[in-house]
Design a protein around this ligand. Structure first.
Ligand SMILES: NC(=O)c1ccc[n+]([C@@H]2O[C@H](COP(=O)([O-])OP(=O)(O)OC[C@H]3O[C@@H](n4cnc5c(N)ncnc54)[C@H](OP(=O)(O)O)[C@@H]3O)[C@@H](O)[C@H]2O)c1
Length: 337
């Protein structure tokens, strides 16, 4: 089968597609997936270079987020609710391949109103943003939210979710194109460019001098954003896309009675698995109502060109969720969506 097989650490630009990789053999609790689409992540670039916290032994197949169908020759483990042909999305090592072996508990049924491309980027991004805003920041309708990197994978989901939850959203991103995306696809009320010095003044102006109640930050801009947080605001630490683990002088936390709150969605499967179904139920209801909708970067990369997609992601050119396509979806089915 075709797959991105990593045999030694290198940048993805130097790892060609392997044409004759062996099919994976599903272990206990695993099913075999016919992969249609793969969600691309920055950590894929780290993993090919040995710089990620999860490093499978060589040789390994790259990729984690995927959408596809349960393969006709898949085993169906005891308790697994899926049957061959079912459309699913989820996560498991080895997504950049025609077939992947994935734990069935790491899968969910793909909503019927979604394409495989849309489904490929749901599994990590959306629950992260939902749990951050609802579970951690306890966002209330009418509150102001600032979302940094608002056109990125987790950012655009946060903008849409905050709007769906009744908040007023200020999107902040690094280019005019991304500001336009935040409004057009995210539904943000306002968009500002955070590469302009003094951007916080604009946030203060928009909020009538009060500042934002919630900061959703996947970049590492908490300290800068403290200049425009409201009294008793909550600052969500989501990630450090800028590349540095941010440090914060605690006087900024004290002065306005601020709460700095972390969110690590991946840890819920170990620490609080019983909480996960309620988050997914809320999200699946929102997807079904079409009040929120996954945003896929318009250039979908064929598997052969996966490294072009990762390069574009690395160079900060993309927005929404970047997807690699492994198989074409049945056109009749796609037309129904
Ligand atoms: N806590 C969790 O559970 C969790 C879950 C998923 C992801 N994350 C983290 O959240 C962060 C964002 O993930 P994502 O999937 O949204 O990524 P993404 O789609 O690649 O978006 C990241 C955005 O960050 C901004 N950025 C600012 N400085 C950057 C720099 N030096 N290099 C690259 N991008 C930079 C860019 O937007 P502009 O060009 O507009 O600045 C870029 O579009 C990552 O650090 C990821 O690890 C955390």
């Amino acid at each position: 089968m075709r797959a991105v097989v990593v045999k030694e650490y290198a940048h993805p630009a130097k790892i060609p597609l392997t044409q004759d990789a062996p099919e994976p053999k599903p272990g206990n609790d695993e099913v075999l997936i016919d992969v249609y689409s793969v969600g691309m992540n920055f950590f894929d670039i780290l993993q090919t270079q040995g710089k990620y916290q999860i490093q499978p032994p060589f040789p390994f197949v790259l990729g984690t987020e995927l959408a596809g169908r349960i393969a006709q020759n898949s085993p169906i483990p005891k308790g697994c609710p899926y049957k061959p042909g079912d459309r699913v999305f989820g996560a498991g090592q080895g997504a950049y391949a025609e077939k992947a072996a994935v734990k069935w508990r790491q899968l969910l049924p793909l909503p019927s109103n979604m394409t495989f491309d849309q489904g490929a980027g749901l599994f990590v991004t959306w629950p992260t943003s939902y749990e951050a805003l609802v579970g951690r920041a306890e966002l209330k309708p009418g509150e102001w939210v600032l979302v940094t990197a608002s056109a990125g994978g987790v950012g655009i989901a946060a903008v849409q979710l905050a709007k769906a939850l009744g908040a007023k959203v200020i999107a902040a991103a690094g280019s005019q194109e991304k500001l336009d995306v935040s409004i057009k696809y995210g539904g943000a009320d306002h968009a500002i460019n955070y590469s302009t010095p003094g951007w916080q003044q604009e946030v203060l102006k928009l909020t009538g001098g009060k500042g934002v109640d919630v900061i959703y930050d996947p970049v590492g801009l908490i300290k800068d954003s403290m200049k425009c947080i409201a009294w008793k605001g909550r600052a969500l630490v989501v990630g450090f896309a800028a590349g540095q683990i941010e440090k914060l002088p605690l006087n900024l936390v004290l002065l306005k009675n601020v709460s700095v709150v972390g969110v690590h969605w991946g840890a819920y499967s170990r620490k609080e698995p019983e909480h996960i179904p309620s988050v997914w139920q809320a999200l699946l209801d929102l997807f079904a109502s079409e009040r929120v909708k996954p945003v896929v970067y318009p250039e979908v990369y064929p598997l052969e060109k996966y490294s072009d997609g990762l390069l574009a992601l690395e160079r900060r050119k993309t927005w929404g969720k970047v997807v690699a396509r492994v198989r074409e979806e049945d056109t009749k089915e796609k037309a129904k969506l």
